[in-house]
Write a new protein. Sequence first.
Length: 300
Amino acid sequence: MIWVTQILQGVLLGGYYALLACGLSFMFGVMRIINLAHGDLAVLGACLVFVIADQTDISPFVALIAVLPAMALVGWAMQRGMLERSLRAGMLVPLLTTFGIAVVVENALFEQFGADTRSLAPYIGSLAFDSWTITDDFYVGYLALLIFAVAVLLLGGLHLFLGRTALGRAIRATAEDPDTAELVGINSRAIYAAAAAIAVASAGLAGTFLAMRETFDPYAGPLQLIFAFEAVVIGGIGSLWGTLLGGIVLGVAQNIGAQFNPRGFLIAGHVMFFVVLAGRLLISGLAARGGIRSILGQRA
């Protein structure tokens, strides 16, 4: 029964990783940018919610009504002010740009909040620790289940948004070929800005749940970026439902690893990431070699 419990807890943890990775996967899928500031933007969202909840004594869920549009505006400004220009200089410059944004966000948060850890758990009452007890060894936390449900709703909502709305179809067309999209009247600059706004807003949402489930500090972003990146690679870069699968695989691997050694929580996740990455590289290498051989055979 303990293994069933650990697998279930890993699945629920994977919901948080999928929620965290959603914006990273979405931005790469549309703009082909790996946003190295993603984790720090999540922490920024957590800090904004914390300030509102602490100063006004309102629920963090109510504070999200103000924070999510603010985070979307940050994403829009980041795209129009920096990423749009850096994209013209090749793929490496946007990567360096997001790294610079990450450094600025981390140090700005440190300057404002210091190195003390904070948490939103005191502001959500018993939701932070209550759970359904199925048996003595089998339980499901309310907050963990809520995070998983939000992740599924967000990913499912984005999937429907991309397939059923005019803006969503424009985003898909721009992601496929921005030059061709421009020829049929789609403003790729506006589409990229909208995609960045969605990605950063989702990062702020994930950061809020991070603050609810554990403590955080201004330098918590890089570790969250690693988790998000691993979930995206495991599930398939640019795939929304693959992101959910990748998060679940990562969460289950970490929980099972922790059963063998306390340090195995992180190590098992990293090992799973490297195994999947190596497998993908091997498959792509074999496919490329087979394609070269077929071309040579045709020429012969």
